[in-house]
Design a protein around this ligand. Structure first.
Ligand code: 6U4
Ligand code: NA
Ligand code: NA
Length: 158
């Protein structure tokens, strides 16, 4: 039996850049990623995405401006957890990204995304996101560095 935990992951984008944060602690420490985390009990997923963005880099977004662009599932060899990650994107936000205890934010040009210092799966599914495709993806890891197998599927709608 796998037990499933729902997470958010949110990307703020402009025409030329994407906002990533260097994670300073916990799961995925020292990797660049979008912002996000565990969805709380009785919290709408989209509310969780907006909350995490605020907590982790101090930006404000309206949930009505968030687009759900991907659904990712991660499993790990020998572990009972299924990480169910709901990915959101927006180009409408207020504020200036600021460093917090969890994340150090930085804007990256699309051609400079630091894939060598990100989750290995990001190299696989970011290109779909950057082309505006909606996707479902699942990745099975051995440890935290090796993808044993994966599947990506483009979706018509989420
Ligand atoms: P705490 O430390 O309890 O406040 P919280 O912020 O709730 O943590 P966190 O940061 O552990 O949760 O959530 C993990 C984040 O990493 C989520 O945004 C999902 C994202 N994530 C996890 N595995 C990923 C992977 N393989 N590829 C990816 N993002 C991943 O691109
Ligand atoms: Na987090
Ligand atoms: Na968090």
């Amino acid at each position: 039996m796998l037990f499933k935990k729902v997470y958010t992951l949110i990307f703020v984008r402009t025409e030329n850049q994407i906002l990533l944060g260097l994670k300073k602690r916990g799961f995925g420490v020292n990797k660049w990623n979008g912002f996000g985390g565990k969805v709380e009990q009785n919290e709408l997923i989209v509310d969780g995405a907006a909350r995490e963005l605020k907590e982790e880099c101090c930006l404000d977004v309206k949930t009505s401006d968030l687009k759900n662009i991907a659904h990712l599932e991660f499993t790990f060899e020998g572990e009972p957890l299924l990480m169910d990650v709901r990915v959101f994107s927006t180009n409408i936000f207020e504020g200036t990204p600021a460093e917090t205890e969890e994340m150090s934010p930085k804007w990256f040009n699309y051609e400079d995304i630091p894939f060598n210092d990100m989750w290995p799966d990001d190299r696989v599914w970011f290109p779909y996101m950057l082309k505006g495709k909606l996707i479902y993806g699942r990745f099975h890891y051995k440890g935290l560095d090796t993808i044993l197998d994966y599947k990506i599927q483009e979706l018509e709608s989420m």
